[in-house]
Design a protein around this ligand. Sequence first.
Ligand SMILES: [Ca+2]
Ligand SMILES: [Ca+2]
Length: 278
Amino acid sequence: MKMKRGILIICIVLSFLFVGCVPTEGNTEVEETQVDPSNNDKGADPDIKDFSWLRDYFKDYEFAVSSNNGYEVSGEYDLNGDGINDKIKTSLSVNSYIEVNDKTLEFYTDNPTGELKIIDLDSNDNYLELACFDDGPSGDPHYKLFRYNGEELIALGEIDSGAIMDGRGKYISWFSMGVNFKPLFYTSWQELVDNEFVSRDHDVSQYIGETYELSGSGFFVPLEEAPKNYHEYISWEWESMKDFESITVKILEIYSASQLFIEFEDGQKGLLYFWIGD
Ligand SMILES: [Ca+2]
Ligand SMILES: [Ca+2]
């Protein structure tokens, strides 16, 4: 709080100092944008309509794949946008590594399939990234991402295969989406900032009290009121499992994209939650 006030005072002092050189009309705007720079960096929450499946951003390019105690994948593509093709090679086995030109990066894989793709994570920059598929330890399919900027080969992290992307450096994990609801909603998104994915919380209050169409298999425990500690009520008993087919529900509370408090049309309320893997 003290810090904020300090920044505010500095801004006011600065705006007085600059009054002489800045046109009067622009002053108000300049002050406002200076007061809370963190908000400006973040921008508005993304609109889910701008997102589509990860694979929609794959380039139409096939690497040569050979398998023998793992996979050897190789090809050529311009990854850093300098107009010169880059030599790409990856070996997927117990000791996996990826190579672009003379740069090598070792990485860990559980269950690779030899699938390597070229993806454009952010159309605002000249880079294209490498996405290496790994089925994970127990059916947790994801892509490991690498960027080559001409000087370095950088591991950017992972994106789950069910994620959606906007092609401008943002993605929404499958686990952050209310996949059983229509319209689809989300609880958080990831943003690529300086070669790292940063998690951003999405304000879900806009979804509360709204009506949705619910489909699929979930668990339901009738409750009068939304519990504070919903974990205490979650059980994976078969009798709690329900199949929903285009049922109209009202969302009253969102704990996570797969754990909610809802109300059916007949007025029955309760905790609704989904099995999203181990
Ligand atoms: Ca290149
Ligand atoms: Ca790009």
